[in-house]
Design a protein around this ligand. Sequence first.
Ligand SMILES: C[S@@+](CC[C@H](N)C(=O)[O-])C[C@H]1O[C@@H](n2cnc3c(N)ncnc32)[C@H](O)[C@@H]1O
Length: 257
Amino acid sequence: MKNHLCVTYQSENLHPLAEQLSSQHQLGCHADGKGSTDLALNFTEQYLELRDLTANTGIHVDFLAGALAHRRKYGGGRGQTLARAIGMKQGKPIPSVIDATAGLAKDAYVLATLGCPVTLIERSFAVAALVDDAIQRAAVDSDFNTLLTRGFKLVQDNAIEYLSRLTSDQQVDVIYLDPMYPERKKSSQVKKNMQILQKLLGQDMDTQDLLEQALKAARKRVVVKRPRGAETINSTQPTLCYESKNTRYDVYVITAI
Ligand SMILES: C[S@@+](CC[C@H](N)C(=O)[O-])C[C@H]1O[C@@H](n2cnc3c(N)ncnc32)[C@H](O)[C@@H]1O
């Protein structure tokens, strides 16, 4: 991965930040987006972005504006399919969640805004850096701070290893998985995000191991997000499935919520 990636910065005052990140991960560091690689972690005045230097386009995470803020306001609350899949029910305690494939943290953020304490695990340091940058920027907002206080914690690690180290008092109710899968949705925004992520990460090849580890580590259920019509991750059939327009959630129940 490192051969494809360098660190760039938009203006000289961002140089020290760029240097720090690049030396931490032994990456090249260049001014003004002129990297020698396909992809760059690019410091702009507003945010850290993952920039595709060939396609001249970038992605960043923003919890307070754009699609995530819209989803939070109009996403359908506890009635939405994701909420039902993780077992949110009137009169039942709100489940705690480990999102073991955090990515750009969209699903984790939806779960957090529904009231779940969420631990986000992301193995790519570059993707984790984008989420961490968004958390730092959003921390000025009081509503976002409520989520942080309840639990919205990012850990950069391989979730298979992280879950294998969990002690029984660290277990959570739900482990959520959304591994990389060839993108088929038509929205150009989704395409842009997924194209850049796929260029950086490729496909996740150890998803079966991750599901097996999650089934050992979750207290109540494991929920796997799949494109609608896709095969299940392994031959174990899920206990329940919830479907929305383009997505299916395979639910492996361990004990009742
Ligand atoms: C499709 S993206 C997840 C998107 C995310 N649900 C969202 O809403 O933004 C999959 C992510 O899972 C991460 N991932 C896959 N396997 C992992 C593992 N074993 N441990 C930690 N992260 C993993 C990948 O690096 C990638 O960033």
